[in-house]
Design a protein around this ligand. Structure first.
Ligand code: HEM
Length: 422
């Protein structure tokens, strides 16, 4: 699969390099390599795409593309090329077989050679523009557009930047190494030349929390406490995987809502901790719901103090986001912090600070079976009432239908794109 050149795969290179070092008599390096744990590989082929139920990695590199292809076959060809490269890279290989002819560009940029697979997952999604763009059914796919893939409505407070919003196709590359994630996105971007153009990109990171600990977000709160887990398979499937209610090509897939949410960190950092806790509805350091003692205690939304005021404020984030407040609606949150330097910013809440502020926040990624009964349902009231809105502004957005996984020999999205041109 990887050709005969010993360096034609990243792991091949690693093995060859280790061999050379050992042969040269460097016992220290050889011993270190022998005791290191094996690099973790997340499966690429399967019922579902990786990067959804996969425990969140530490890094993401996300790309949204505008399609330039004029025919459905070209889009299908792109997905086949991408699938093949993604399968190789998630296994720790180069995107293509490296040749020995150095007078030609390589089949891989080479910057991940020697790096472990780092649990790389690559998840593909289709935006509304694949089906209809500027009122045109470019690829004969309009009739196959799922009802669960509407154009997202404009929510209260949205300040979406056109250049960070939308996209006909997306790639979510997640890995425990930032260079492995970026490398994968970069190879796929190169392989798209002629068929697609990058529209926007976002990188993000999660802290390496201790095993069993919920990582903290940039606001200093544990984030991800109350999130569906694949350990509860029935609930997870109900919340995350598309079923018989939609088109056959999406069964076993999931819908991704991406939101670039800028957080006014300067404002937040000057806010009293007890007010921050009221905003979230949880204690900052323990993660426990207000009124509870431990992180995983069930929030008591009915509890009131002696004056009859709700213990968890009416406008607290976790109250408004709770299934109990949203006809049972749930989503799988799989977000990452982002930090893109500083910008001249005028805040939209008192004290209306202006100046150089961090362009940082949450790259919110949420998977669900149907966004109309998931993100759209939940965020509709949150966008109007959530106390967190004083600190958070949605500046980028996308909605994508991520098809089910592929089996070896197939490509992701084949059930949609593989038919005769309509
Ligand atoms: C800057 C933006 C945001 C931050 C910093 C943030 C942070 C948090 C934190 C700290 C929690 C409590 C711990 C947990 O259960 O994970 C939480 C819960 C939650 N958040 Fe957010 N969040 C943000 C935006 C959103 C948005 C846009 C949604 C949209 C639907 C959302 C949905 C939820 C849900 C569903 C929960 C669980 C609520 C429950 O306990 O049932 N969050 N978030």
């Amino acid at each position: 699969m990887t050709g005969r050149c010993p360096f034609s795969s990243r792991r091949g290179f690693l093995a060859a390099a280790t061999g050379l070092v050992a042969a040269a008599g460097s016992a220290t390096v050889a011993r270190a390599a022998a005791t290191e744990p094996l690099p973790a590989i997340e499966p690429f082929w399967g019922e579902h795409q990786g990067g959804i139920a996969t425990p969140a990695q530490q890094h993401v590199y996300f790309l949204a593309f505008d399609l330039r292809a004029t025919k459905r076959e070209e889009v299908a060809g792109l997905m086949r090329t991408w699938t093949e490269a993604a399968a190789r890279m998630t296994a720790g290989d180069t995107a293509g077989v490296l040749g020995t002819d150095t007078a030609r560009p390589g089949a891989d940029s080479g910057d991940a050679i020697g790096l472990p697979p780092a649990r790389l997952t690559i998840t593909f999604g289709f935006g509304p523009g694949l089906f209809v763009k500027d009122d045109k059914d470019r690829y004969g796919l309009a009739a196959l557009r799922p009802e669960a893939l509407p154009d997202l409505p404009l929510f209260n407070g949205d300040q979406l930047v056109e250049a960070r919003t939308g996209g006909d196709i997306c790639i979510q590359a997640c890995a425990d190494d930032p260079q492995v994630a970026f490398h994968a996105a970069r190879q796929l971007a190169r392989l798209s030349y002629g068929a697609a153009e990058i529209r926007w990109a976002q990188s993000g990171f999660n802290p390496a929390a201790a095993p069993g600990e919920t990582p903290r977000n940039l606001m200093g709160f544990k984030d991800g406490t109350n999130n569906p887990t694949p350990k509860d398979a029935a609930r997870f499937a109900k919340v995350v995987w598309a079923g018989e209610e939609g088109p056959a090509w999406m069964r076993g897939g999931s819908y991704l809502v991406a939101r670039r949410i800028r957080i006014a960190l300067e404002h937040w950092d000057r806010t009293e901790v007890d007010f921050q806790e009221e905003v979230v509805g949880r204690r900052k350091y323990s993660g426990a719901p207000i009124g509870g003692g431990h992180e995983f205690d069930t929030p008591d939304l009915a509890a009131a103090d002696k004056d009859g005021n709700p213990t968890i404020a009416e406008n607290a984030h976790i109250r408004l986001a709770a299934p109990a407040n949203n006809d049972g609606a749930q989503i799988l949150r799989r977000g990452f912090a982002y930090n893109d330097g500083v910008n001249l910013t005028a805040e939209r809440w008192p004290p209306w600070r202006q100046g150089m502020e961090f362009d940082a926040g949450l790259f919110f990624l949420a998977y669900q079976r149907d966004p109309r009964a998931g993100f759209i349902k939940i965020y509709d009231s949150m966008s109007k009432l959530d106390a967190m809105n004083q600190f958070a502004t949605h500046v980028g957005s996308g909605l994508f239908a991520c098809p089910p996984g592929a089996q070896p020999g197939e490509y992701v999205g084949q059930a949609l794109l593989g038919g005769a041109t309509g």
